[in-house]
Write a protein that binds this ligand. Sequence first.
Ligand SMILES: NC(=O)c1ccc[n+]([C@@H]2O[C@H](COP(=O)([O-])OP(=O)(O)OC[C@H]3O[C@@H](n4cnc5c(N)ncnc54)[C@H](OP(=O)(O)O)[C@@H]3O)[C@@H](O)[C@H]2O)c1
Length: 295
Amino acid sequence: MVQIGVYGLGGISRRVIQGVLFSRNANLYAVCSSSIEKADAFKEEYGAEKAYDNYEKMLKDTNIDMIYICTPNYLHAKHIQLALANHKHVVCEKPMCVSSEELHACFDYAHQQNCFLMEAHKTVFTPLNQKLFEMISNEEIGEIKSIDAQYATKLTETISDWHFNQPGSGCMFDIGVYPICYANRMANSSILKVSRFQDEALIEYENGCVAHIATSWDVDMENTAHIYGTKGSVTCKNFWKNTELVMNDKKIVVEQKSDFTGEIEHACTCIESGLIESPIMSRNASLEILKVIGV
Ligand SMILES: NC(=O)c1ccc[n+]([C@@H]2O[C@H](COP(=O)([O-])OP(=O)(O)OC[C@H]3O[C@@H](n4cnc5c(N)ncnc54)[C@H](OP(=O)(O)O)[C@@H]3O)[C@@H](O)[C@H]2O)c1
């Protein structure tokens, strides 16, 4: 069992914790917030063993194996390096870094510290998308030629200021990364060229596949992924969290307790196997996402 400390108890942390609670190889050991009231309330609600109100103090806890970082994008690199300095394995929420320079510095330091580091892209690890990747690899829809995926949401509720005024802000970093990581995974090839048009991009892959990705905070979109192969196609609405899709007119359905469990189980399996980088969500996979954003 990998002992987890959750770093930052903001908007996404409850869903991350649900993901940990359903994981077969992770234990929610500690939660940490700048407020002890909040940390204590989370500890009680989710059955963590420890509640901290000081991030550096939690990082000194030798019972913790892995830190899951849920802080604002522009602080990720700083928080990753603090965790690594304390010899903790790290999974960090997307986008893990706001530039490729920052990303290299984090992975170089993780190697130096002999610690595992991974960007949290649940989209790549949902049960449905793991199954889809396997089916695509088995050429069930032939050679993949084209991918079209969007994620847009009109901003109707207040979101934290850092989404607008800090490095790593804007909808491409916030939700554009979902269609990007999905397209990169399903194309299963390195990027040859990116043509970016505002919040949309055309991605050409070395294997000849082309992807169109789009995101927005201003308009509603279909929020659906279409994958076209030489022997058929796939359609999946809300592809970053869904449990069903249609492949060649046939419905495929999987079970899922939390959309975060797949990525957490994968990271813990890597840690238990002594890996310091995921073979799937690797440094290179994170760099390919930043390549599309253009940073
Ligand atoms: N995978 C997904 O589906 C998904 C969905 C939404 C967001 N995310 C990602 O999760 C991360 C957090 O997003 P969120 O919506 O949870 O953000 P948020 O509501 O603004 O929460 C961020 C938390 O970070 C902690 N923090 C630590 N140091 C901080 C500082 N100096 N300034 C501000 N906050 C600090 C705070 O926790 P305390 O108050 O407890 O100290 C704060 O509540 C982002 O990287 C975001 O992209 C992922």
